[in-house]
Design a protein around this ligand. Structure first.
Ligand code: 5AD
Ligand code: SF4
Length: 476
């Protein structure tokens, strides 16, 4: 195939440069499709958090602009794994799956395999892929996902393997294409990276320093989404409460929320994740007075022990956390609180763990994501003394889980009989006669209804509580 191009010089500025490569790649893919008598396909597999899910939507936007069509399975011409490394088991899962991709590639000579995401920012991972996974074609990290078209172009232009990992960046490339999975709700990045360096966490090393997007860029994106029919936005950042501090014209997260609230067409606003140390009174006030901000706050506590929290570098105490919960619940009694908890942090004693149980008992979490501590090489906690044995950690984990489940079942039940506004999200997977809707407080309700309601806000009676969700019926 003719690989040279007679286009003008490659632009140096972004995003023009990437649109140039998307164009080249689309022409190439069209020719290739004609030869093969079929469309070229892609599949993205996403591991990990909402940030990765959002990045995958951007990657999908680039691939579709470049002429690839999506398919559900990994039997595709371009397969991309967007990886996570927050806990060791996330890495293990990815290695197993890459092996499987190698077998698929033997059957499809057109297949290109690419890896990106947090795991790829770790030098020991890159070494292993270079050495042991020769069939992987393209590898990039978290700082240059916008370059996907350029990297594929290098590969199809003859480069054997493309490895492009940046140590960090202060650049935010705006205005690239993005897909969204649902037509009615979408995530919006408001900031990237994290500066907190919690001692167990690898995120600051793999996602880099905190960078906030300019408010005008965020609002323009939200307006565009609203014009496309999106009614719910989720504002995304590792620590949204410290939004705006590094901008040329600093702005608080609460102020940003006020601006997003003004966008017509947006009915619901969610955000993730809040660090307790930065949650301001101003934010509580804005939430309380808002008609659009959902009645749900995810507030990771990590541990209930002041001593463990200090060694985790969380910068709050057990009492600070409890006082904050009290303040939030006083302002918004109907709010649903969720949290993250790590069990078995180095040096955690039985007494420390009992403090965690105590906070869970007092705070009243609608649900809690519980994790066994996982040692991440390069973080300060990895070399702390007194690592807790697996056996002790698992035993504590089970005790915590029992308390959390008991409490969340009780709390969920408190809305039985109420009529609530829900956003209808999809047809129920198990029972096709039912729809699934999400309440403002993030709980789900299943109820009979027509598919035409998907994407709409409707009133539903919460007739019966099933532990973690409701069964209900449309209320007129
Ligand atoms: N081990 C276990 N859990 C962790 N988390 C982050 N790092 C680790 C680790 N090394 C958890 C925290 C965080 C959530 C996203 O993942 O609870 O809030
Ligand atoms: Fe990790 Fe702490 Fe940053 Fe969250 S706030 S991403 S736990 S370092």
């Amino acid at each position: 195939m003719e690989m040279t191009n007679n286009k003008t010089q490659v632009p140096t500025l972004e995003p023009a440069r990437q649109f140039y490569f998307m164009d080249l790649l689309r022409e190439y893919n069209e020719k290739k499709s004609a030869e093969l008598g079929r469309k070229l396909t892609y599949h993205i597999e996403t591991f990990g958090c909402q940030m990765n899910a959002k990045d995958s939507e951007k990657l999908a936007g680039i691939l579709e602009t470049a002429g690839y069509v999506p398919v559900e399975s990994e039997q595709a011409d371009f397969v991309l794994y967007n990886t996570c490394t927050v806990r060791e088991n996330a890495n293990t899962k990815v290695y197993g799956r890459i092996g499987y991709l190698g077998n698929l590639k033997k059957k499809n000579p057109e297949m290109k395999i690419a890896l990106c995401g947090c795991m790829m920012q770790e030098p020991h991972v890159i070494e292993k892929i270079k050495k042991s996974y020769h069939f992987v074609d393209i590898v990039f990290g978290t700082h240059n996902i916008y370059m996907l078209a350029e990297l594929i172009w290098r590969k199809v232009s003859g480069q054997k393997r493309v490895f492009e990992i940046l140590d960090g960046t202060d650049k935010i490339v705006e205005d690239l294409p993005s897909e969204h999975k649902y037509g009615f709700k979408a995530g919006v990045n408001i900031m990237y990276g994290c500066n907190n360096f919690c001692s167990y966490c690898i995120v600051p090393y793999v996602r880099g320093r905190e960078r906030s997007r300019k408010p005008e860029d965020i609002i323009a994106e939200v307006q565009k989404l609203a014009a496309e029919g999106i009614v719910e936005v989720m504002l995304l950042g590792q620590n949204v409460n410290s939004y705006g501090k590094t901008l040329d014209n600093p702005m608080s997260f609460a102020e940003l929320l006020r601006e997003v609230e003004k966008v017509d067409g947006i009915e619901r606003i969610r955000f993730m994740t809040s660090h307790p140390k930065d949650l301001s009174d101003e934010l509580i006030e804005v939430m309380k007075n808002s008609k659009k901000i959902c009645r749900h706050l995810h507030l990771p506590m990590q541990s209930g022990s002041t001593d463990v929290l200090r060694r985790m570098n969380r910068k709050y105490t057990k009492d600070d956390y409890l006082a904050l919960v009290e303040k939030i619940k006083t302002a918004m009694p109907e709010i649903s609180l969720t949290t993250d908890i790590i069990v078995g942090f180095p040096g955690e004693t039985e007494e420390d763990f009992c403090d965690t149980l105590d906070v869970v008992a007092k705070a009243g979490f609608d649900s809690a994501y519980t994790f066994l501590y996982s040692k991440r090489t390069g973080t300060p906690a990895a070399i702390m003394e007194n690592q807790v044995t697996d056996e002790v950690a698992k035993e504590r984990f089970n005790r915590l889980l029992a308390l959390v489940s008991e409490q969340s079942a009780k709390l969920t039940e408190r809305h039985t009989g109420e009529v609530a506004e829900v956003l209808v999200e999809e047809r129920n997977e198990q029972d096709a006669s039912l729809l699934t809707g999400r309440l403002s407080n993030n709980l789900l309700v299943h109820f009979p209804g027509a598919e035409t309601l998907i994407g709409k806000l409707v009133k539903v009676k919460l007739s019966e509580c099933k532990g973690f969700y409701y069964l209900g019926s449309l209320a007129e």
